[in-house]
Design a protein. Structure first.
Length: 222
């Protein structure tokens, strides 16, 4: 893999398929706060792709103060981590550890740029023993200063100390792909669960798969 010199991984939906866990956490929170069941319409229009605080405002316009929304946002993430802990043999996406081992063996530095908060990052770091591959302090996360992942990717690259032209971005979401492109990255590998039709017009996507086993074989050919 001489063509690429570094890599940046998204986490949620990429290294961990956890959309259902987040949905469960939101539904539990809504039941407690609003005494209502969230519909698929609620999830699609108020929750998905939206920061927690904004999602809470959309679910209950004008009902809560900013302090309350911040509190409930953290509570939602606590519920999410409890859901994760309840999953027997919770593990990263198949083949992902093989890809990370391959990068490490070939001395290709990599890190994570995630929209998760620090409490979740620390949970992931210990649960999945990410210390095998990276330092906790090198992971970019939602610390309140980022409006999107554009600057997250740039800050992650600064830690890796390489050029954008030789860095691979691993992403799963349309917003993540678009942020990587906006940031100037040229090589994106898409990890998808539900097809890749919405991504086909992005030439920056150099490979796509629903597992890292295929991705590893692709990397070995580069």
């Amino acid at each position: 893999m001489t063509r690429y010199k570094s890599a940046i991984f998204d986490f949620n939906g990429t290294l961990l398929f956890d959309c259902d866990f987040h949905n469960t956490a939101w539904k539990n929170l809504a039941k407690e706060l609003l005494d209502r069941e969230l519909s698929d319409y609620d999830m699609n229009t108020c929750i998905h792709g939206c920061p927690n605080v904004e999602a809470i405002e959309r679910l209950a316009p004008g009902r809560f103060t900013m302090e309350e929304k911040n509190y409930f946002s953290k509570k939602k993430e606590e519920i999410y981590r409890d859901v994760c802990r309840s999953i027997p043999n919770l593990s990263l996406v198949d083949g992902s550890t093989g890809v990370m081992n391959y990068l490490k063996e070939n001395k290709i530095p990599f890190t994570i740029a995630s929209a998760s908060i620090i409490e979740n990052i620390e949970f992931f770091y210990s649960t999945f023993r990410l210390d095998q591959w990276m330092r906790l302090e090198d992971i970019i996360y939602d610390n309140g200063k980022y409006k999107d992942k554009v600057d997250m990717f740039n800050d992650a690259l600064a830690i890796l100390g390489t050029e954008k032209e030789s860095c691979i971005i691993f992403e799963d979401s349309l917003s993540g792909v678009e942020c990587a492109i906006q940031a100037g990255f040229k090589s994106i590998i898409l990890l998808h669960q539900y097809g890749w039709e919405a991504f086909q017009h992005y030439p920056q996507i150099i490979f796509h798969s629903n597992n890292f086993v295929d991705i590893l074989e692709f990397l070995k050919e580069q």
